[in-house]
Design a binder for this molecule. Structure first.
Ligand code: NAD
Ligand code: UDX
Length: 450
């Protein structure tokens, strides 16, 4: 029986391993983590992450060929294939701070694997890492390797949160990069055989290591770029009377462009896009490519612009101040069907409004009050560094309340996702702002938003 161990029981490690266990009954899969509460939650009825369809998959496999454990060394020692799916946050200090990927968690995982391994292992990069990381990992693993053969593969994950199970069951593609040596290709085949249990052969792409690592960063950069493109156009729509939904539809009808990922919004959030683009920018700079770095940096700049433009619109609509005014925020997670708040646009919007002394009342059925309070008091990038968590600031706590009832009626409605039927709301007396849509007369008379 092939044994798989996955380091990191997070948003990627948990669902990915659950689907491998579901589709490969002959493989024993153990997901391990340094976090005791996280593993306890995976072993309980209240899983640590909310993901449609995940509960059913875990229920079917847990205890059969899917296990969750904190006994990391034991399971690493026993495994044939080790997936590393630990966090790779943006560095908060030192060289490359605010851009480069922090590989501390990855490096410590690799050192531990080197220490405890007693037989040959295939080590799979599942985390998103800078291109060329496999070279560094190889050095750590093979230094003092006691004659053990380690093969490193890059197998980046393309799932999106909220649709993780669907994406894992029917991936657009599975990407595997390996060394072009006979041993490297043997390892590639071993991993390909795992996916071949349910993924069609022509959807499993084999490349060299660096192409696989870079493809992940490039794919996220392309996706985020589409959102920044449509968001940039949304600002022009508001200035001209065009409607961004109509423009995006017309543009997306071109089969070369396609309709997906063209929804204007208050800005993209989530743990990946910003982090991975900053990482890409840093790699370009390190490789002496400042023009390429600046090109991708612009995607983040437009995203930040879109978030502050939204805040400015809210403030300017209400006579240029929201001081003491009560503002209800519906939805706090970074997208629908998830409770994940990492880099959610709601944090920047709420912080912007709090900066103008608004009183905000937040409603999101998937997010706890404690999480919201933490998010609003944490420094940028600290969310992915559990050891640097800041204590909560009493000021923010006072200005923010969290509610479990969404039905309180303000006079203004600012729709950062274009999900509200604006005409219906206007009929019952609301002043409505929808991103990229023709403006209400009220908003037109207010000072311009820069
Ligand atoms: P996460 O924070 O949810 O999970 C990472 C887990 O790794 C944590 O539970 C942490 O305790 C654990 N960990 C850290 N160091 C460890 C160690 N040495 N040994 C064992 N466990 C350790 O992160 P995530 O969202 O699952 O992301 C993981 C990686 O996958 C990142 O590189 C991310 O960029 C990438 N990725 C994420 C997504 C996504 O949608 N979240 C999609 C594709 C790729
Ligand atoms: C993303 C990638 O899609 C996925 O392939 C990768 O593996 C991880 O990063 P995720 O961040 O989970 O996945 O969600 P995604 O659906 O990409 O949404 C990211 C953000 O963009 C959300 O805040 C979403 O609301 C926003 N978005 C998405 C838009 O504003 N407009 C769109 O048209 C699409």
């Amino acid at each position: 029986m092939v044994k798989i161990c996955c380091l990191g029981a997070g948003y990627v490690g948990g669902p990915t391993m659950a689907v491998i266990a579901l589709k490969c009954p002959a493989i024993e899969v153990c997901v391990v983590d340094i976090s005791v509460p996280r593993i306890a939650a995976w072993n309980s009825d209240q899983l640590p992450i909310y993901e449609p369809g995940l509960d059913e998959v875990v229920k079917q496999c847990r205890g059969r060929n899917l296990f969750f454990s904190n006994d990391i060394e034991k399971h690493v020692a026993e495994a044939d294939i080790i997936f590393v799916s630990v966090n790779t946050p943006t560095k908060t200090r030192g060289l490359g701070a605010g851009k480069a990927a922090d590989l501390t968690y990855w490096e410590s995982a690799a050192r531990m694997i080197a220490d405890v391994a007693k037989s040959d292992k295939i080590v799979v990069e599942k985390s998103t890492v800078p291109v060329k990381t496999a070279e560094a990992i190889e050095k750590i693993l093979t230094h003092n390797s006691k004659g053990i053969n380690f093969q490193i593969l890059s197998n980046p994950e393309f799932l999106a949160e909220g649709t993780a199970i669907e994406d894992l069951l029917k991936p657009d593609r599975v990407l595997i990069g390996g060394r072009e040596t006979p041993e490297g290709q043997k390892a590639v085949k071993a991993l390909k055989d795992v996916y071949a249990n349910w993924v069609p052969e022509d959807s499993i792409l084999i490349t060299n290591l660096w192409s696989a690592e870079l493809s992940k960063l490039a794919a996220n950069a392309f996706l985020a770029q589409r959102i920044s493109s449509v968001n940039a156009i949304s600002a022009l729509c508001e200035a001209t009377g065009a409607n961004v939904t109509e423009v995006a539809y017309a543009v997306g009808k071109d089969s070369r462009i396609g309709p997906k990922f063209l929804n204007a919004s208050v800005g993209f959030g989530g743990s990946c896009f910003q982090k991975d683009i900053l990482n890409l920018v840093y790699i370009c700079e390190c490789n002496g490519l400042p023009e390429v770095a600046n090109y991708w940096k612009q995607v983040i700049k437009i995203n930040d612009y879109q978030k502050s433009r939204f805040v400015n619109r809210v403030v300017s609509s209400m006579f240029n101040t929201v001081s003491g005014k009560k503002i209800a925020v519906l939805g706090f997670a970074f997208k629908k069907d998830t409770g994940d708040t990492r880099e959610t646009a709601a944090i920047d919007v709420c912080k912007g409004l709090l900066g103008d002394k608004a009183k905000i009342s937040i409603y999101d059925p998937q997010v706890t009050e404690d999480q919201i309070q933490r998010d609003l008091t944490m420094n940028k990038f600290d969310w992915d560094h559990p050891i640097h968590l800041q204590p909560m600031s009493p000021t923010a706590v006072k200005q923010v309340s969290v509610t479990w009832d969404a039905y309180e009626k303000p006079a203004f409605l600012f729709d950062g996702r274009n999900v509200i039927d604006a005409e219906k709301m206007r009929e019952i007396g609301f002043i409505v702002y929808s991103i990229g849509k023709p403006l209400d007369p009220w908003l037109k008379d207010m000072p311009a938003v820069a």
